[in-house]
Design a protein around this ligand. Structure first.
Ligand code: TXA
Ligand code: MG
Length: 352
């Protein structure tokens, strides 16, 4: 693998753009999560993404563009609601699904007649997409840069963890350094191809602010009650974003009661074998303020505000997973719209 760092190498962005222009794979930073990119107009390059991720070829990818004008090349129609949403939220953590120009990016779209488009707001991603456009690469197809079904990477080091030494061809992935991702969970996806806007995946944007810009209600297609008419979309599958350990969500009282039961057992186990490592991790907003910690449990605090919680979520789950625990017990996030994105990712992680 090769790590390109724009802070160390002045021509890192140009090298990265050339890598994409040549049909290679490049992991790139965005403000949401790192993406695994290939030029969207090259079906062979796009096929390498599906192979590297181990993702089924009919699951459509998001195409990243430098601006709204570049997006239009990929569409057969750009509905007014998509126009309004992209004007308000691009560059930014919003993906719109719109009818696809049948001549364009068929493999990237997984053969669907719609296409997901996003203009990311990260200085490195923006510079990269501009440098790509200079090389006639009008869009970069990029799913999150994790193996299929795993936690999305929010740091360049996570991408290296996902792919280095993991199989043939995977060491060919180059990684463009962009630091930790600001948002931390994937973009909000709005399907604008069905006549009325549908939220397929919540992210940092709040439903109410999206509706205010859309000028109409936005229907929420929740993974626990999937719309049978919707295309297969891995980010909209219920079991997704899974750590290796089994993740369980509990309200604080339930979590507290469960700890009361398990702690004596862990104490006894530690008495008989002091060398054994922790088997449970607890990720909680409120508990660690007052509950005594236990030597047999890995403790981590979940940030108390939704924006920071989203920013930290995937890095924290990776950290907990890396301790080797079998169980991760997570306190259910508040039932508040600001937490929709974090709650969605945790529900999916708990479902696998
Ligand atoms: O924040 C993000 O969106 C990140 C960064 C890299 O931009 N990308 C990302 O990609 O999360 P991915 O592939 O992991 O998730 C994209 C989601 C999937 O659920 C995919 O199926 C859905 O978008 N999607 C893409 N095109 C679609 C389409 N034409 N119709 C329905 N869903 C689509
Ligand atoms: Mg993904």
């Amino acid at each position: 693998m090769r790590l390109l760092d724009p802070d160390q190498e002045p021509d890192a962005i140009d090298q990265a753009a050339q890598r994409l222009a040549d049909g290679g794979l490049l992991a790139l930073p965005t403000e949401t999560v790192y993406g695994l990119g290939a030029r969207a107009d090259d079906d062979a390059a796009v096929a390498r993404i599906f192979a590297a991720k181990g993702r089924p070829a009919d699951h459509p990818l998001i195409v990243h563009v430098p601006n709204q004008a570049a997006a239009l090349a990929f569409v057969s129609a750009f509905p007014p609601v998509a126009q309004r949403l992209t004007e308000a939220f691009w560059p930014g953590p919003l993906t719109v699904i719109v009818p696809r120009n049948p001549e364009m990016a068929a493999a990237a779209a997984g053969g669907h007649d719609t296409i997901g488009l996003r203009c990311p707001d990260h200085p490195v991603a923006r510079a990269l997409l501009e440098a790509c456009a200079l090389r006639d690469v009008m869009g970069v197809a990029a799913p999150s840069a994790n193996r299929f079904g795993r936690i999305s990477p929010t740091r360049a080091e996570h991408v290296v963890e996902e792919f280095e030494g993991q199989g043939e061809g995977l060491d060919e992935v180059w990684v463009l350094q962009g630091g930790p991702c600001d948002v931390g969970i994937e973009s909000t996806i709005i399907d604008c191809s069905r006549g009325h806007p549908v939220l397929l995946r919540p992210g940092r944007l709040k439903l109410a602010e999206i509706e205010a810009v859309a000028g109409e209600p936005v229907q929420w297609s929740r993974p626990e009650a999937p719309d049978p008419a919707a295309p297969k979309a891995s980010g909209t599958l219920m079991s997704h974003y899974a750590p290796r350990a089994k993740l369980r969500l509990m309200e604080d009282a339930q979590l507290n009661a469960a700890l009361d039961v398990i702690e004596p057992e862990l104490t006894a186990a530690l008495l008989s074998d002091a060398t054994q490592g922790p088997r449970i991790a607890v990720y909680s907003r409120s508990l660690w303020a007052w509950r005594p910690k236990h030597r047999g449990i890995v403790h981590l605090s979940m940030p108390g505000d939704a924006v920071t919680a989203a920013h930290d979520l995937f890095a924290d789950l990776r950290e907990l997973d890396a301790t080797g625990v079998e169980l991760i017990w997570v306190e259910t996030p508040p039932n508040d719209a600001a937490w929709d994105g974090v709650r969605d990712r945790l529900n999916r992680a708990a479902a696998s």
